[in-house]
Ligand binder design. Structure first.
Ligand SMILES: [Cu+2]
Length: 378
């Protein structure tokens, strides 16, 4: 196997389980044999980063939205994570009960108006309540799953820094960047940072993720999110939402927290599939629009292994942009699949009131939580 491939898979030979298990154990990866190793792998307290503290947040999950602040060090939305501030999320296996559920706001935050987006993020471990009865031991960007939505325009300058607060190495891979991955996407150990700058060339919904080996484990444990690149020319006015689909593969709970299970990830039979990190959250609390609205979904399938076969029951997509909007939309589409690691843009016009389920029409995965309701009010 080439070095490049080994970097991604993290195994000298995918059939050599012993090599991998030894390495995984060294990295405190959560695998069945290691039990709740993940839960216990961060003994020290973790303080919130200064950058996160200073940041004005637009699109904070479950909290009042605050105005966009282009003077902020962070020109897009980021999780504040107040309820987790100052705690050692995975330093204790007893903390699951105290983690509150927060609906993940799917609203696309405004794009930077300055032509620059400055992001200073931290990779850290954090417990995340994904449903009333499930708290997972997440590996995160900025403390939540998915990580913050980034919104910029084609040609903007994105200046990104990742600092690793966790014990095992992490990294960042932006699919919206054309850049030398060996340098920009390299892994950094605890306490160190990696910085790079890029200018998105194409519009679209793009994934970002940790690219540290084994990538399957890092994405599967929560290190992913979406960067939305709007075109320079405005698209038709619309209510815009971001949906990031992912799968969860979980071990049994220890202390109320479920670690990720690498063997389950390899077997690709998820326990849950979710939009924006919480299975079925938009059934409980639908996405609300009005009759006459054009709705634009920026859909990313983070995987790690499955597509999102996106469909809205009782509606048809006016347009689906498989590539960069506004070029060459498909017109009149019932279902279109986003591959894992991909992103597409879906538009529909809400002509009539009602409750329209949006689903992964691969129904084994819809049933496991990749489902929500678009409520169209008169
Ligand atoms: Cu990682």
């Amino acid at each position: 196997m080439s070095d490049d491939v080994t970097e991604i898979l993290g195994e000298a030979d995918p059939t050599d389980r012993r090599t991998f298990l030894a390495r995984a154990s060294a990295l405190s990866l959560a695998i069945p044999a290691a039990g709740a190793a993940l839960v216990a792998c961060s003994p020290g307290g973790q303080r919130r980063s200064d950058s996160a503290t200073k940041t004005v947040v637009s699109g904070t999950r479950g909290e009042a939205r605050q105005p966009h602040n282009s003077d902020s060090r962070l020109d897009s939305s980021v999780l504040k994570g107040e309820h987790r501030a100052g705690s050692s999320p995975t330093g204790s296996t007893q903390g699951g009960q105290s983690v509150a559920f927060q609906r993940w706001d799917p609203t696309l935050p405004p794009a930077s108006t300055t032509g620059r987006v400055q992001l200073s993020w931290h990779a850290r471990e954090a417990p995340v309540r994904i449903s009333d009865d499930t708290v997972i031991a997440g590996w995160t960007f900025e403390g939540d799953i998915p990580g913050p939505i980034v919104h910029c325009r084609v040609g903007d300058t994105v200046e990104f820094t990742l600092t690793n607060d966790a014990d095992i190495p992490h990294s960042m891979d932006f699919h919206a960047a054309q850049i030398d991955p060996k340098q920009a996407f390299r892994s950094v150990p605890r306490g160190q940072s990696v910085s790079f700058t890029f200018k998105p060339k194409y519009a679209g919904a793009y994934m970002y993720h940790c690219g540290t080996a084994p990538v399957l484990m890092h994405i599967g444990s929560g290190m992913f999110g979406a960067i939305v690149v709007s075109p320079r020319e405005p698209l038709p006015a619309a209510k815009e939402f971001v949906l990031v689909q992912n799968e969860y593969y979980l071990a049994d709970a220890a202390g109320g927290v479920r670690a990720s299970d690498y063997q389950k990830m390899l077997n690709t039979l998820p326990d849950f599939v979710a939009f924006n990190g919480r299975p079925s959250q938009y059934i409980k609390e639908p996405i609300r629009v009005k009759v006459g609205d054009r709705v634009r979904f920026w859909v990313v399938s983070a995987g790690p292994s499955h597509p999102c076969n996106f469909h809205v029951v009782g509606e048809q997509f006016d347009r689906v942009y498989v590539g960069a909007p506004p070029a060459s939309p498909l017109i009149g589409v019932q279902t279109f699949s986003v591959p894992p690691g991909g992103g597409m843009v879906y538009e529909l016009v809400c002509d009539i009131p009602g409750e329209f389920p949006f689903v992964n029409h691969g129904f084994g995965h819809g049933q496991k939580g990749a489902i929500g309701i678009l409520s169209v009010e008169a």
